[in-house]
Design a binder for this molecule. Structure first.
Ligand code: CO
Length: 655
């Protein structure tokens, strides 16, 4: 069969001929679409109205799960991730489900033990998953071994990914060249891949590189070739077309409201572009339009406030300039803003390629993009002229130890040695498959969580996300009340908000009394958080109704901004700024950044030495082991596991 795309429709015929080799389409709206544009906040109830219609389109698959969904659902939406699969499966009767699986990282940010990985894949298949799109951030396929064994055992489709990465502005250079990708595809085929996906998470792939790559892969392996390319840089539609000309089998798209920006090309223009050719998708464009109509009217109003509308451009040319993935860049900006160091962004972008190379020229994808990004920020903020890598994150230490796998080139020996000094697992890095050094985790997790986990699905939520997973299970079984921040907003709420905005614009929102009473000493100030705005409200009790004397929106504090920023892992609740520990005398350990307290490694009364790790704080999805600033005994502890803290909060006091 020729690769050329040719017109098969007869000019005088009104009949649409069936294409000889239709391009197969996977729809990503229900996973990557809302993950890319709406901070993964899509709720199951908002997928149901279009599910049956989408099932009629003829998609090769719909992506419904994986990536950040598992995390966001239990943490921010109070939704059981397993339940979503079972619910959607009742509406999608024909179209297979696909998920994004981070190989041995599953749906989390570290390698889990083999027992957790096997149980997770088994339960995912049982709950309705059909296609397991599997990737490893380092393209180290030893991290595939355990999950692939179970995918095959469950009789499901194993799609192997090659993370697309570059060091130059084009396909080539020392590491990420054609030979590299062909070799990776052959490895995947040897592992039994049912299809092979080029995963271009950053929108790096240029149209003619896509052509060259797909041609080479089609010649090298038998498995169908699937291209996943984000729109971020603006090249994806062109790359899709060139990939089609090179004979690509499957492409990823989104329904229009979930498309473009950092998401994916839309399906409708592609379907029209291929109409009447031998690669025609065969999709009914009117059915697609009907689905978009429902989404626009019934669903998108609830999410549009999450869209990053801070700039007018829908493309981000940073990728074209310096190969920094869009999502990673916005994370860096958020992190710097939180630390009050946004002016350092230029230094960070300059330092980034150097840190990446020193850490083994890893592809930049979750979690390596965060690992490299956060470390780069740390270097820019804390390094001194005579010492680099002063504050090394726990994840960089794990990477240097080999816990993520083999990097594309060896890690800089000096950086590696410094990172592994005093590393608990040992100072000598491993070279084996990472999970081989991990102790089984499920039994331990079961003992810890007890009967709060009613079944294996619950247990896996806890095993993968111990802190937020436990919180979720407490909400699920009524042992704790879920906060208002995790509740869904309704169309009614949206209407009310729109009305308020209209009134505010017309100057009718606040009725000011000309003769406001003097403020008494009983006046109390409240911060009211509404999405990414916050209002300071002063309430003065008068005996009858409280008089609101001020309701002016003020500049958004960094912490509140990140709670709704796309892809940021900031806490949803207003952070606690002051803790009782702040009043205790002694040397204070302050939070260097806002974050989530994972655990204290010491108790009150414990002796500590300067430089010893005392508390683990999660910020920007990275765990940071914070060390004692001096010798002494712990006099006070400010928070507990699961608390969110503001920058500068007193975590503990040493005396
Ligand atoms: Co993606």
């Amino acid at each position: 069969m020729t690769d050329n795309v040719v017109m098969t429709a007869m000019n005088h015929s009104s009949e649409r001929p069936k294409a000889a080799n239709p391009v197969k389409i996977q729809d990503l709206s229900l996973r990557d679409g809302h993950q890319s544009l709406f901070a993964t906040r899509g709720r199951t109830e908002d997928m149901i109205p279009v599910a049956e219609m989408m099932d009629e389109i003829g998609f090769w698959a719909v992506e419904t799960w994986g990536g950040a969904t598992f995390d966001t659902m239990h943490r921010f939406l109070n939704e059981d991730p397993w339940e979503r699969l079972r619910t959607l499966k009742r509406y999608f009767k024909k179209t297979p489900f696909s998920m994004l699986l981070r190989a041995q990282n599953l749906v989390g940010y570290r390698n889990y033990a083999d027992d957790v990985a096997t149980a997770f894949v088994d339960r995912t298949a049982e709950n309705g998953m059909d296609i397991f799109r599997t990737f490893d951030a380092l393209n180290d396929y030893r991290n595939f071994e355990t999950v692939v064994r179970q995918i095959k055992k469950s009789g499901k489709h194993f799609q192997g990914c090659i993370c697309y990465s570059l060091t130059e502005p084009w396909l080539g250079g020392e590491v990420y060249n054609l030979d590299y990708y062909v070799a990776k595809a052959r490895e995947l085929e040897a592992m039994g891949a049912d299809s092979i996906c080029v995963k271009d998470m950053a929108g790096l792939i240029a149209p003619y590189d896509a052509y060259t790559l797909v041609k080479a892969l089609k010649a090298a392996v038998k498995a169908p070739i699937h291209l996943h390319s984000h729109f971020t840089s603006g090249m994806a539609q062109m790359s899709q077309l060139k990939a089609i000309e090179a004979g690509v089998d499957i492409l990823d798209t989104c329904m229009t409201p979930y498309a473009f920006r950092t998401s994916h090309p839309a399906i409708e223009p592609l379907a029209m572009a291929l109409l009447g050719t031998n690669r025609d998708t065969g999709f009914d464009i009117r059915k697609l339009a009907t689905i978009n109509g429902v989404l626009e009217k019934q669903v998108m109003p609830k999410y549009k406030h999450l869209l990053d509308d801070s700039k007018v451009s829908i493309i981000d040319i940073n990728v074209l300039l310096h190969q920094t993935p869009g999502g990673m860049l916005s994370n860096l900006v958020n992190q710097l803003r939180e630390m009050g160091a946004l002016d350092k962004i230029g230094n960070v972008l300059k330092e980034l390629p150097r840190v990446r190379k020193e850490l083994g020229q890893v592809p930049l994808v979750t979690p390596t993009s965060q690992i490299v990004g956060v470390q780069t920020v740390n270097n820019v903020l804390y390094d001194t002229p005579d010492e680099r890598y002063k504050m090394i994150t726990a994840h960089v230490k794990d990477l240097c130890y080999g816990l993520y796998g083999k990097t594309a080139i060896p890690i800089d020996p000096e950086v590696q040695k410094k990172a592994l000094k005093g590393y608990p697992r040992g100072e000598e890095p491993i070279t084996c498959r990472p999970a081989e050094v991990l102790e089984p985790e499920l039994e331990k997790a079961k003992k810890e969580i007890g009967d709060l986990a009613a079944d294996l699905d619950d247990l896996l939520i806890y095993a993968i996300y111990p802190v937020t997973g436990k919180k979720f299970l407490e909400w699920k079984y009524g042992r704790a009340e879920a906060p208002a921040s995790v509740k869904a907003i309704t169309l009614e709420d949206v209407k009310k908000q729109d009305m308020l905005v209209k009134k505010a614009k017309a100057g009718e929102l606040v009725e000011k009394k000309a003769d406001a009473p003097a403020k008494s000493d009983r006046l109390r100030t409240f911060n009211v958080f509404v999405d990414n705005e916050y209002f300071t409200v002063e309430v003065d009790p008068t005996g009858d109704a409280p008089v609101i004397v001020a309701a002016a929106p003020v500049a958004v504090p960094a912490v509140a901004a990140t709670a709704t920023a796309p892809k940021a892992a900031a806490p949803a609740a207003a952070p606690k700024a002051a803790a009782p520990a702040a009043d205790v005398g002694g040397t204070k350990l302050a939070a260097p950044m806002p974050g989530l307290v994972i655990r204290y490694l010491k108790n009150v009364g414990d002796k500590v030495t300067k430089g010893e790790a005392v508390v683990v704080l999660e910020a920007m999805k990275m765990e940071n082991a914070l060390v004692a600033p001096c010798d002494g005994a712990i006099k006070a502890i400010g928070f507990k596991s699961g608390d969110t803290v503001a920058k500068g909060a007193t975590l503990l006091v040493i005396g």
